[in-house]
Design a protein around this ligand. Structure first.
Ligand code: 3PG
Ligand code: MG
Length: 396
């Protein structure tokens, strides 16, 4: 963490702070369905405002191609004001006249949200001309959007190159947790990786087998490994064409001394449906007409034992089809066990990724993990061992 300047080092009184936040919250019919990201940015906003700074918020919403009223940040600004308990002004544009006027009307401690940065092509292109238009609006730059830090965009990367840059409190907490999780962890480290496909997590698996002491593989992607080992997976989701890749990862793990823990039994059904009639089979006895939808009880025991052996846990992806009970049991049991070990002070647990957060919330334990990242792509790229442009720019 010492490599980054934080708000501790920033002189904020009377200054215009351009603060990049991630307000890309899920919305259905104009209603925010999960306000976690809004809650996460409150500490940084409050701290800057309390120290007499003027908080100018920059954020994207959705993936618009040009200005699109459907992807305005205005309703998000209203929700932010409610959470913050104070007014949040809104400017119709993030650069130009509208933005300039709104910023110059600010007093110390005020908060202003600028319209969706992605309404301008210069944002995603990280266009220097757009960066300098944004930069005119601030005296300093604070990045509190780890979850957008895998993007080298004007507001996530470019600005840190032209204004004094600082990590916001959420960014700081995130970097701190990730460092404890994988960069400088207390060993042994166990990684739990689940989810549907090996193909979307190849780089991640390759990186993890080089870094962790044990890798638990669950979810649909475990079937790809099981099939690669020559076993029957029936009608299960499996990437049969990735057998060689799976075997290469197993071989690499053998070389690096990383134990790979695959399911030894599976809860199977004939259809992918909540409440489907099901039965548990040993992994070498999966019937041809069935699909594996969750890890079985013996697998759960092995996963819990692996967690017991670990001092640090990194988790991404559910172990089964947790969205259709009863195939949520493996994920729920392992999550609760990890939460318990964390509460007992025996485990540092770091989890992230969209489905993972949903799964931990479903298990009711998201608050009991050491850290749960709201980042999707950025968390994955970090697990892949990639440098994140938004983070690197702050380091500079
Ligand atoms: C996210 O929702 O994962 C972040 O806000 C980044 O959004 P993006 O994937 O559209 O860049
Ligand atoms: Mg996304």
């Amino acid at each position: 963490m010492s490599a980054f300047r934080t708000l501790d080092n920033a002189d904020l009184k009377g200054k215009r702070a351009l603060v990049r936040v991630d307000l890309n919250v899920p919305m259905e019919n104009g209603r925010i369905t999960d306000a976690t990201r809004i809650e996460r940015v409150l500490p940084t906003i409050r701290e800057i405002a309390d120290k007499g700074g003027r908080v100018v918020l920059l954020a994207h919403f959705g993936r618009p191609k040009g200005r699109d009223p459907k992807e305005t940040l205005r309703p998000v600004g209203e929700a932010l004001a409610q959470h913050l308990g104070k007014p949040v002004a809104f400017a119709e544009d993030c650069i130009g006249e509208a933005a300039r006027e709104a910023v110059s009307a600010m007093k110390d401690g005020d908060v202003l949200l600028l319209e969706n940065t992605r309404f301008h092509a210069g944002e995603e292109k990280n266009d220097p001309a757009f960066v300098s238009e944004l930069a005119k609006l601030g005296d300093l730059y604070v990045n509190d959007a780890f979850s957008a830090a895998h993007r080298a965009h004007a507001s996530t990367e470019g600005l840190a190159r032209v204004l004094p840059g600082f990590a916001g409190r959420t960014m700081q907490a995130e970097l701190d947790a990730l460092t404890k999780g994988l960069e400088a962890p207390t060993r042994p480290v166990v990684a739990v990786v689940g989810g549907a496909k090996v193909s979307t997590k190849l780089d991640l698996l390759e990186n993890l087998v080089a870094k962790v002491d044990a890798l638990v593989i669950g979810g649909g992607m475990a079937n790809t490994f099981i099939h690669a080992m020559g076993l029957e997976v029936g009608k299960s989701l499996a990437e049969r064409d990735l057998a060689e890749t799976a075997l290469r990862i197993i071989a690499k793990a053998r070389d690096t001394g990383c134990a790979i823990i695959l399911p030894v039994d599976g809860v199977c059904a004939t259809e992918f449906k909540a409440g489907a009639e099901n039965h548990t089979y040993g992994i070498d006895a999966i019937p041809e007409d069935r699909m594996i939808l969750d890890v079985g009880s013996q697998s759960i025991e092995r996963i819990m034992a692996a967690i017991n052996d670990a001092a640090t846990l990194v988790w991404n992806g559910p172990l089964g089809a947790f969205e259709i009970p009863p195939f949520d049991q493996g994920t729920v049991a392992a999550a609760r066990h990890a939460a318990q070990r964390t509460k007992e002070g025996k485990l540092v647990s770091v989890a992230g990724g969209g489905d993972t957060v949903a799964a931990l919330n479903h298990a009711g334990v998201a608050d009991d993990f050491t850290y749960v990242s709201t980042a999707g792509g950025a968390f994955l790229e970090w697990l892949e061992g990639k440098a994140l442009p938004g983070v690197e720019a702050l380091r500079a």
